[in-house]
Design a protein around this ligand. Structure first.
Ligand SMILES: [Zn+2]
Length: 164
């Protein structure tokens, strides 16, 4: 199933502006995967990959996640080499602040576009700019992402590790 069909299957009483979302995704390669619970999505220079189970579990979080990943994807289109040099670095002091900024940016972008599409403020922003959240996130990123990916191929395939 493609992303448009999956989005069409979201019940109307969720009150989500699906046409707005489809318009944002036009021309982008979206891959739908059966990922383990807790894994929402991922973006690379070539695609947006999403946990398709989330569409049923929480349509609004699925919607938000797509917008969040769309921000990363668009920044890859614009700053590909810079983005990859950040991801491939083995210097955590260089890696982490850039990842953190990227994630804060993508949450804010999703906040804005979610509101633009639905005229409702949704509370999914992780508040990574708050120090106590940030300190937990730092450990998570060090364990899960740092120094795990060295080539674009590895990066493109990273999310397949989390298949069910
Ligand atoms: Zn992100």
């Amino acid at each position: 199933m493609g992303i448009n069909r999956l989005l069409n299957g979201i019940p109307k009483d969720e009150n989500l502006n699906i046409n707005f979302l489809k318009k944002q995704l036009r021309g982008i390669n979206v891959e739908l995967l059966d990922l383990k619970d807790g894994y929402l999505g991922f973006s690379t220079p070539n695609k947006i990959a999403l946990n398709k189970n989330l569409a049923k579990q929480s349509p609004s979080l699925f919607y938000y996640t797509i917008l969040h990943e769309l921000c990363h994807y668009k920044r890859f289109q614009k700053y590909n080499n810079k983005m990859l040099s950040i991801i491939f670095t083995d210097d955590f002091e260089h890696f982490y602040p850039n990842i953190l900024n990227e994630e804060i940016l993508a949450d804010r972008y999703a906040d804005r576009l979610y509101y633009k599409g639905n005229r409702i403020k949704i509370n999914y922003n992780r508040n990574l700019d708050k120090p106590w959240v940030n300190s937990i996130y730092k450990v998570f990123i060090k364990d899960s992402l740092f120094n795990k990916i060295k080539t674009i191929e590895e990066y493109d395939n990273f999310i397949y590790k989390f298949l069910k």
